[in-house]
Design a binder for this molecule. Structure first.
Ligand code: AMP
Ligand code: ZN
Length: 468
């Protein structure tokens, strides 16, 4: 497989450190609010990557943290702790907020067919590990104590800006939203490993440490949680592109200084979902969530397909118009799939040939839009029904679009406008029956009969078909 690697900024052949085993790490959500559909774009594309690696035969172990402490509003060491801000907003404790939004996140993931990673670890579970890593960094001379806090000393590194593509604006991120500069830092790019003294007197969660009562910085959690579950060598680290700097840059600084060797081979960054105002972000307030899409009548899986239609390394602009187009395409696709005749036996040579073109697309830096095209090619292929269904089932192990399940779509072999009319009449008939208005109910049944619609009352409701 060829993957674009932010480290080196080129497409590279993916070669895991240890044969067939792939250690994968994903920066999890900061659980102070619902995930917006931009965050979920990143998690959908990471899910496709994980599933494709498994499909290609790798033995994948995927680890994800849950950020429930230490992530400040600037992504650097300034601003308010996001969790405290969330707790204040909702008059709850930080732990209540963390539990609520962690559950909400996984419920959204389930709706989007995003697999739960093999290991999910909240940062607040790993305080001992953070303290250990910070102690080693201090011993090795990569960290210093100033003003009560522990800082990482970036001047000790040969290279700090590892991704190499930072422009001046990106570099300024650490101080961009700062209200005040931290005078304890020896270098502008140094960052906090452990806070004891800070302006956050309101910090609810504090732990004893060799440096006093305090709490960890955000970056150390990912270095430690990855090390705890993935060991010394990580194959792929994932995240949204905004995390490349400073978060991932700082993770590399900490992990490699701690380990004394190169840590992670491949960095997979997903570009942003944009709306009319630019990057979708939680701090902008009115962001889009999966629940909101559901309220508006969309099947969440349609949003997954919307993401798969674009390459992960291109920014993607969300509009309802384009989501509607995807919804129509999705319904048509499912109808075509459910119309595949139930015939023949799987022709494995043909199936392999069809799967090969899907693999070729995904092997080329996870080209999911081309992968979807090969799905349409399966429908058009000169193959029997059993083979087509088998191949679609295989592709859906990666795409996860519920392609073979009937879902709510009831396919009666009629066009959409007739379906809508029949269903509206059925709903009216149900209302009439509930109101014991038998005359109206019977009149509707007669009207449906005229339309050659046959009704069948079952325990799960009414199903219908057109008389042949
Ligand atoms: P957070 O919950 O803020 O820690 O972010 C969770 C994940 O979503 C991270 O990998 C971010 O890089 C990613 N992310 C944040 N905003 C966007 C966006 N607008 N589009 C895509 N990914 C995003
Ligand atoms: Zn992280």
């Amino acid at each position: 497989m060829i993957l674009y690697n932010s480290l080196g900024q080129t497409k590279q052949e993916f070669i895991p450190h240890d044969g067939n085993k792939v250690n994968m790490y994903t920066c999890g959500p900061t659980v102070y609010h619902y995930a917006h559909i931009g965050n979920l774009r990143t998690y959908i594309m990471e899910d496709v990557l994980e599933k494709y690696l498994r499909f290609a035969g790798y033995d994948v172990k995927r680890v994800m943290n849950i950020t429930d402490v230490g992530h400040l509003s600037s992504d650097a060491d300034t601003g308010e702790d996001k969790m405290i801000a969330g707790a204040k907003r909702e008059h709850k404790t930080v732990l209540e907020i963390a539990k609520f939004y962690t559950d909400a996140f996984f419920s959204d993931c389930e709706k989007l067919n995003i697999k739960r990673p093999d290991v999910v670890e909240p940062a607040t579970n790993c305080i001992e590990e953070f303290i250990h890593m910070i102690s080693v960094l201090l011993e090795k001379g990569y960290a210093y104590i100033a003003g009560g806090n522990v800082y990482f000393d970036t001047s000790k590194l040969d290279t700090y800006y590892v991704f190499g593509n930072m422009n001046e604006d990106d570099l300024a991120v650490g101080v961009r939203e700062s209200v005040e500069e931290d005078e304890n830092k020896r270098n502008k790019t140094d960052f906090v490993l452990w806070f004891t003294k800070s302006k956050f007197d309101s910090q609810e969660l504090k732990w004893e440490s060799p440096w006093g009562l305090g709490y960890p910085g955000w970056h150390i959690e990912c270095s430690c949680i990855s090390y705890k579950h993935n060991g010394e060598y990580l194959d792929i680290h994932c995240g949204g592109i905004d995390n490349a700097f400073p978060h991932h840059t700082n993770e590399i600084a900490q992990s490699e200084s701690f380990l004394g060797h190169k840590w992670c081979g491949y960095w997979f960054h997903v570009l942003h979902l944009l709306d009319a105002r630019g990057k979708m972000s939680k701090s902008k307030g009115d962001f889009l969530t999966v629940s909101l899409l559901e309220e508006k009548g969309y099947n969440p899986v349609v949003y997954r397909m919307f993401c798969l239609q674009s390459h992960y390394r291109k920014p993607l602009t969300f509009t309802y118009e384009s989501l509607d187009n995807t919804a129509t395409a999705y319904e048509k696709l499912r109808k075509r799939i459910s119309a595949i005749p139930d015939e023949g036996e799987v022709d494995s040579a043909k199936a392999e040939e069809l799967i090969a073109s899907f693999k070729e697309a995904l092997d080329n830096d996870l080209n999911t839009s081309l992968g979807l095209t090969s799905l349409y090619d399966v429908l058009k292929a000169d193959a029997n029904g059993a083979t087509k269904r088998y191949v679609i089932g295989e592709l859906d192990k990666v795409l996860s679009l519920d392609l073979l399940t009937a879902g709510e779509t009831q396919d009666n072999g009629v066009d959409d406008s007739l379906t809508a009319e029949v269903e509206a009449l059925i709903a009216k008939r149900a209302e009439a029956r509930a109101a014991k208005d038998w005359a109206t109910a019977d009149a509707i049944r007669d009207k449906l009969k005229e339309m050659h619609v046959v009704l069948l009352d079952t325990k799960d409701g009414v199903s219908w078909s057109i008389e042949k």
